[in-house]
Design a protein around this ligand. Structure first.
Ligand SMILES: Nc1ncnc2c1ncn2[C@@H]1O[C@H](COP(=O)(O)OP(=O)(O)OP(=O)(O)O)[C@@H](O)[C@H]1O
Ligand SMILES: [Mg+2]
Length: 443
């Protein structure tokens, strides 16, 4: 086929179907007019539905944004029933999530409160072993010095061991400032790091009191045996002398026996004082119940000192205020307090001096005071005077037959009475001991 024929044939082939199609479309369009109209309605409805759906979806998104931003669940109110159902479901889930978040934050708040109020200092350590948060007790104990505590060599070692061995480690730290303290530190490592970055905890508990009590107990045994050993050694020495060198020397025997009797009496007094101290300590938690008039008691006790006054040419000046209220006290123990204080005032006071005893009313109580005009006590000793066996001048006290327990007994009796003991003195100015006793134990 040549080129022209080919072109003609192609044109014919193209024209015929277009013509047929045009006839068909025109005819069909006329026939389908109702269907097209129906289709347009459907299309319009679909477009409306799509627009509604879009608006509802927009509201749902906005509602979800609010949930995300503030947990606030409010009605998106979609019009379309399926979206309305979806919206209700979303609201339900959002409410449950808010509730859960509130529960979680309440639980977290409770844990925080517990940690914060723990009486022992607690410090969290991060993975770099640096201090994280510290509870109120830690802040109160160390303030800004928490990192300094963590640098204590013994605590550092315990932290290193905890990191290596992955089990809790302890160390006992002696902190010299601001006040001397003994702390027991426990380092507790966590197997996995906590969400806030905590890798381990350091808990510090104050053992100052326990250590002091242990030390006191040890000192007490040492002191008590030492106090007993001295007269005992002297007794044994005299026994040897009486058996040997003084066997045929009756005047020396008499002299030695006198000293021996004195030493034995000293040992007996020491044992009596120790026993009475431990009895008072045992009853210290239960205060006395009787009401007594101190005026009469003071008179009776002082009468027993009359004889001794002459020994060192001393004078007693007594001043008892009229109409004193009765105090809650144990009469025997109050007599012991006054005896011990007047005994000291006479023993350590000035020869030829005056011992003044007074009984005066005070707010909610009565003050019993014993004052002397002797050499007094240097300030550095004042806080330790009531310790057992503490004596300013050991030789002088022993020479006067003292055991060093008199003021310790006074202090424990006053404690049991819920009273207060005040010691005021300056060297060369005499000493003033005053005991406040309450008229009722409620104050
Ligand atoms: N009035 C005082 N003046 C000066 N020093 C005093 C006075 N009272 C007590 N002291 C000092 O306090 C120390 C302790 O007194 P405390 O009464 O406890 O023991 P003591 O008198 O030595 O022995 P004890 O009372 O058991 O016989 C005394 O050794 C003394 O050094
Ligand atoms: Mg004494």
């Amino acid at each position: 086929m040549n080129g022209m024929a080919w072109l003609a044939a192609s044109a014919l082939l193209a024209v015929v179907p277009v013509g047929v199609l045009a006839v068909l479309v025109l005819g069909g369009a006329l026939a389908l007019l109702p269907a097209v109209a129906g289709g347009l309605v459907v299309l319009a409805a679909a477009m409306l539905a799509a627009a509604l759906a879009q608006r509802d979806l927009g509201r749902l998104h906005a509602a979800l944004d609010r949930v995300e931003a503030s947990g606030q669940v409010d009605g998106a109110d979609p019009r379309l029933p399926p979206l309305a159902a979806l919206s209700r479901r979303i609201a339900r889930i959002a409410r449950a999530r808010t509730r859960r978040a509130e529960e979680l934050s309440a639980a977290l708040g409770a844990s925080e409160a517990i940690i914060e109020r723990l009486p022992d200092p607690l410090i969290a350590l991060d993975a770099a072993r640096a201090a994280g948060r510290a509870n109120a007790a830690a802040r109160a104990a160390f303030g800004a010095d928490v990192p300094a505590v963590l640098r204590h060599p013994l605590l550092r070692e315990a932290i290193d061991r905890a990191w290596q061995e992955r089990v809790a480690q302890t160390a006992e730290l002696a902190l010299p400032v601001p006040v001397a303290r003994t702390l027991q530190a426990t380092v507790i490592p966590f197997e996995t790091r906590l969400p806030d970055g905590t890798q381990a905890l350091v808990v510090l508990s104050d053992r100052t009191r326990e250590r002091a009590v242990e030390q006191m107990r040890a000192d007490f045994v040492t002191n008590a045996s030492h106090e007993l050993r001295t007269p005992l050694a002297s007794l044994m020495g005299f026994v040897e002398t009486l058996r040997g060198p003084a066997a045929d020397d009756p005047p020396a025997q008499q002299r030695f026996l006198g000293i021996m009797a004195e030493q034995a009496a000293r040992m007996a007094r020491l044992i009596d004082d120790l026993l009475s101290l431990s009895r008072i300590e045992l009853s210290e938690h239960s205060p006395p119940a009787e009401r007594i008039e101190l005026g009469a008691l003071v008179g009776r006790v002082l009468a027993s000192f009359e004889v001794r006054l002459g020994e060192r040419r001393q004078r007693l000046a007594v001043e008892i205020a009229p109409k004193l209220p009765a105090v809650i006290a144990d009469a025997d123990q109050m007599a012991q307090v006054l005896t011990n204080l007047v005994d000291n005032a006479m023993k350590y006071g000035r020869e030829g001096g005056t011992v003044s005893v007074s009984l005066q009313p005070a707010a909610n109580g009565v003050v019993l005071s014993v004052r002397d005009d002797g050499p007094g006590i240097a300030r550095i000793h004042l806080s330790r005077l009531t310790e057992r066996f503490y004596r300013v001048d050991k030789a002088r006290s022993r020479g006067a037959g003292g055991t060093g327990l008199g003021l310790a007994i006074v202090k424990h009796i006053v404690n049991r009475h819920r009273g207060r003991l005040l010691i005021e003195s300056e060297e060369g100015q005499g000493a003033h001991f005053s005991v406040f006793l309450p008229t009722s134990l409620d104050a």
